[in-house]
Ligand binder design. Sequence first.
Ligand SMILES: Nc1ncnc2c1ncn2[C@@H]1O[C@H](COP(=O)(O)OP(=O)(O)OP(=O)(O)O)[C@@H](O)[C@H]1O
Length: 294
Amino acid sequence: MNAIETKKLTKSYGKSRGIMDIDLEVKEGEIFGFIGPNGAGKSTTIRTLLGLIHKDSGEAKIFGMDCEGEREKILKETGYLPSEVFYYENMKAIDLLRYSASFYKKDCSKKIKELADALGLDLNKKIEDMSLGNKKKVGIVQGLLHSPRLIILDEPTSGLDPLMQQTFFELIQEENKRGATVLFSSHILSEVQKICDRVAIIKDGRLIQTQKISELQDNSYKKITFHVKDNPLDEFQLKGATNIEIKGQTVRFIYRGDCNLLLEKINNYPLLNVDISEPSLEEIFMHYYSDKNK
Ligand SMILES: Nc1ncnc2c1ncn2[C@@H]1O[C@H](COP(=O)(O)OP(=O)(O)OP(=O)(O)O)[C@@H](O)[C@H]1O
């Protein structure tokens, strides 16, 4: 069974674009990355899945249950860390977490303590006396305290220092080993790359690609840089070339296609230097975002 499944899921905010025709399949047990730039539609998808906002059309299911009709059951099985956490400021962390735990009708005190210890969180502090990072930690404990079957993380690392991010990734990996499925939304590819098996890329409200992280680094993409002698270039075009940047006598682009055609094309120029290398994941990612891939 898929942990998450959406079919043509669509939500618009009046004139403002939300998400369109999102087909998403997250398998039970995987750590799935959901990546896209600010405003791409990640939070809208997540909020629709959690029944926090109503879809306009399409289907959304979690563990086969309808996200609107069976919301109560879904929430019991799901842990959610929103991108921004808001709390009653004058509550102590422990009181807030006990209150959250009461919703699940099971004893979560051992798990709360374990998570707080791992994150170095003082549970007896009032929320109003906490830094942004510590408030985020409260959110993490709140999302994981009931050992959910599905964990949905929306930009979870903002506000955490690099060491704490590492601890957080380890916690998530442990939860995954325990059997939890994880949906990890982020605009930072390098962090998604660290722990995810597959990734879906969303842009302008539409899913443009779902791939294994290992396939994203598929060596069929090349990064090409060449420098010409004498006169600067003002134009370069080649089928399969994207993210073309021309600066004076230097041309850079990402290429996927027949290498004979590439060399034939470059050979037309009075060359000073040519460099063909593996693009970084970040550069491949930019390739998906480029206008030519709309
Ligand atoms: N409450 C709202 N009212 C109107 N438009 C909205 C609302 N929430 C989101 N949008 C619009 O929907 C689109 C998708 O936004 P969303 O917050 O889902 O993106 P995101 O990928 O989560 O971005 P970010 O990383 O910035 O949170 C954007 O164009 C945004 O302006």
